[in-house]
Design a protein around this ligand. Structure first.
Ligand code: PGA
Length: 225
């Protein structure tokens, strides 16, 4: 299975979110190869919108076998934690949660023990955590099923890391046999295919290039060609 994960970050309003889904679906409808792949174990697209649009995006996309994920999850199970979004509240809504994104590590001071708690609580509520690591200094949490390697210098800069470096970084990470490895950082329609076709890489995490649904579609199309 190859993954294409689209992370909107803190972008779009409700109307824009609905329009985005409409454009993506329209494109998918006209691509029978992609439509077939989405129904199988070959390809999984996961869209991670801001939390207020999670239900909307799920409702619109689920008929086409596109999954949704949360961009974060609370470390707390439940209770008096105003504003937190718990794994139990995401259960049944989102199948995935991004955890430990470098923007949260760098801007919000998230540390490894907090991130470990987020991984644990996600799994407890049947949400697959996608653990983001910036490089070899961020530990691979052993029970995280998906590791997203996202070197800071490649995020949002247009300077994607070359495939040889990505694979060599992977080899130096202490990954478990069953952990999936995906790459993120300036993935777009020009470079998606080389990551997607590589046997050591199980998919990509896309930020900037997913904000325009047309651009995301072109990137997906290139990635599966
Ligand atoms: P980018 O973002 O595609 O804009 O580099 C990737 C990410 O931060 O997940």
């Amino acid at each position: 299975m190859k993954y294409i994960i689209a992370n909107w970050k803190a972008n779009k309003n409700f109307l824009e979110a609905a329009e985005w889904c409409g454009v993506l679906l329209h494109n998918i409808e006209n691509n029978s190869l992609l439509k077939t792949k989405l129904g199988t174990d070959e390809l999984r697209i996961v869209v991670c919108p801001p939390l207020p649009f999670l239900s909307l995006v799920k409702e619109k996309l689920q008929s086409h076998f596109i999954h949704v994920g949360s961009q974060d999850v609370s470390q707390f199970e439940k209770g008096s934690y105003t504003g937190e979004v718990t794994a139990s509240s995401l259960n049944g809504l989102a199948q995935y949660a991004i955890v430990g994104h470098s923007e949260r590590r760098n801007n919000l001071g998230e540390k490894n023990d907090l991130i470990q708690r987020k991984v644990d609580i996600s799994l407890q509520y049947h949400i697959q955590p996608i653990l983001c690591v910036r490089g070899l200094d961020d530990p691979i949490i052993t029970n995280a099923p998906i590791i997203a390697y996202e070197p800071i210098q490649a995020i949002g800069t247009g300077k994607n890391e070359d495939i040889a470096t990505v694979v060599s970084q992977k080899k130096q990470m202490k990954m478990g046999e069953n952990q999936l490895f995906i790459y993120g950082g300036s993935v777009n329609e020009e470079n998606c295919k080389e990551y997607m076709r590589h046997s050591e890489i199980h998919g990509v995490l896309i930020g900037t290039a997913c904000l325009d649904p047309q651009q995301l579609y072109s990137t997906i199309e290139a990635g599966i060609s």
